[in-house]
Design a protein around this ligand. Structure first.
Ligand code: NAD
Length: 487
């Protein structure tokens, strides 16, 4: 495999792109091949699972500042073994077909690993959103949606986008509104996209879901006594030193929940610099500072480090790359000193770099599992949209009544009474966010143990990513076999 020494350049949005590092799609396929070698499915079936089923490349005109600009965009549907396809939409200058295909493939494997019954998809528009006004971004987003509609690349039963790097609830609301304009008679039109604002058919808990899911994944790992013994670490999150790269949706929420869970956030890295404080960074205060100044740099309660990438190489217990792909490559892998890496971003470690990390004894928790919280809760949002009722609406009051009757019975039988505060706490019925967060937690915990059980079954499977890929590929293969396509 051809790899060159990595050097850094900077795109105009400030994101350092490691030059010469392994291409993203090649990296994903290398991970896939490594795992597929442990399975004895027919070669044709494995090939079918690996390839991208369809890609739509489009170029469309948009009026920008009085001129016409031709915008390039893609939507890839990696797998149709389950429908709809599901995956985010990215706005970045680095977007190209290979990146979209790699991300779509990861979505297929991710959905399978956490039992979300979707195929993988991904979309991207090759723009730097920072260069456009909100009105221009809206025009680009709506035009992109129309292109998807024209080619049947969007719809609640076909392909359902979501937010990704450079997009959020605002863009998802524009997509939903455009789609609904064309699909007035379609009662499930709102389910054409997830990650919408709650007032526009979104689900409570979606925005924080990926970071929250990452926290559940890390919590499971640090409470795994066998793993902690192997890594010579104390169990639990308390006092674990954590560094997070990327302070966007995933990175901010991951840092927040890891801190609330007892971890110490000693470094946060953004494209224009990093903040370091060995005693711990107050995540909420840093977020406040960023909102006021537009940057994390200059934060009073920590040291600003201009070369943010150097902070990735600092000693820590847990490193969370949550910005972009290929951040740990063959040019810096040997300098990484973390004991555990939890991939918040998609593809932050190239396959070649991972071999270096594994040799150093670093435990890598793969993106396809660790950052699956977003798609898990997107699935819940889609279910809410097609069932047309908020979670908890039908049973919250009934549950509270049952709990109250139970408390009354216990009090009568024991002769003791709960305080009003205790009674309210115990009797409370679950609302939408409770149900969503509980479903997310349960899925992340079950998936962790399913993956770890695979490595426990076969001593040749030494890393978590290979185990996760085996779990995923096997489920997709079974699905194809049940469809009757491969006799
Ligand atoms: P985002 O746009 O909200 O945040 C990304 C952050 O990374 C931004 O603050 C950006 O300034 C920063 N950044 C960019 N280049 C950087 C660099 N070189 N060093 C440090 N920081 C840098 O995006 P997001 O939604 O948080 O997505 C981040 C990653 O997580 C992507 O790989 C995405 O595919 C993946 N992901 C996102 C979700 C989701 O629900 N949003 C779900 C799964 C995976």
């Amino acid at each position: 495999m051809a790899t060159r020494t990595a050097a850094k350049s900077s795109t105009s949005n400030g994101s350092p792109v490691p030059l010469g590092s392994q291409p993203f799609l090649q990296s994903v396929n290398q991970y896939f091949d490594k795992a597929a070698a442990f399975l004895d499915h027919p070669k044709g079936l494995i090939d079918q699972i690996r390839v991208c089923n369809s890609v739509y490349y489009m170029q469309f005109p948009v009026r920008i500042k009085g001129d016409i600009q031709v915008v390039q965009a893609w939507r890839a549907e990696h797998s149709h073994h389950k429908l709809p396809c599901k995956g985010g939409i990215r706005y970045a200058e680095t977007v190209d077909q290979e990146e979209v295909e790699a991300l779509a493939a990861l979505m297929t494997y991710k959905c399978a690993v956490v039992d979300v019954p979707f195929g993988g998809g991904k979309g991207g528009i090759k723009i730097n959103p920072k260069h456009y006004t909100v009105e221009e971004l809206e025009r680009i987003t709506r035009r992109y949606t129309v292109e998807l509609i024209k080619k049947n690349f969007i719809g609640s039963s076909v392909d359902v986008p979501a937010p990704d790097y450079g997009t959020g609830a605002r863009e998802m609301a524009w997509i939903a509104d455009t789609y609904q304009t064309f699909e007035k008679e379609n009662i499930n039109a709102l389910a054409c996209v997830t990650g919408k604002p709650v007032g526009q058919g979104g689900v409570r808990g979606r925005t924080a879901a990926t970071g929250r899911g990452l926290y559940f994944a890390v919590r499971e790992a640090v409470n795994d006594t066998a793993l902690m013994k192997r890594l010579k670490m104390a169990t639990g999150l308390a006092d674990k030193a954590i560094i997070v790269q990327g302070f966007g949706n995933v990175g901010y929420h991951a840092a927040k929940f890891l801190q609330e869970g007892g971890g110490t956030i000693i470094g946060i890295i953004e494209w224009d610099g990093a903040i370091v404080n060995p005693k711990g960074i107050d995540v909420e205060a840093l977020n406040e500072h960023r909102m006021q100044t537009g940057s994390i740099t200059g934060f009073a309660n920590g040291k600003t480090v201009k070369d943010g990438m150097s902070v990735m190489e600092m000693e820590c217990d847990i490193l969370v790359p949550a910005a972009l792909e290929s951040q740990i490559h063959n040019g810096n892998a040997d300098r990484i000193k973390a004991k555990i890496i939890a991939e918040g971003a998609n593809g932050p470690i190239t396959a070649v770099a991972e071999e270096v990390l594994l040799k150093k004894g670093i435990y890598v928790m793969p993106d396809m599992y660790v950052n699956a919280g977003g798609v898990i809760v997107s699935y819940f949002e889609w279910l809410k949209n097609i069932s047309h009722v908020r979670f908890g609406r039908m049973d919250k009051r009934f549950e509270e009544g049952s709990n109250t009757r139970l408390i009354d019975t216990v009090e009568r039988l024991t002769g003791k009474s709960l305080t009003m505060q205790e009674r309210t706490f115990v009797a409370r019925g679950a609302d939408e966010e409770d149900i969503v967060n509980s479903g997310l937690e349960d899925t992340m915990i079950s998936a962790y143990h399913a993956i770890v059980n695979i490595s426990n079954r076969d001593p040749r499977i030494k890393d978590m990513r290979t185990a996760a890929f085996i779990n995923s590929i096997d489920k997709i293969a079974q699905s194809y076999l049940l469809l009757g396509i491969f006799p």
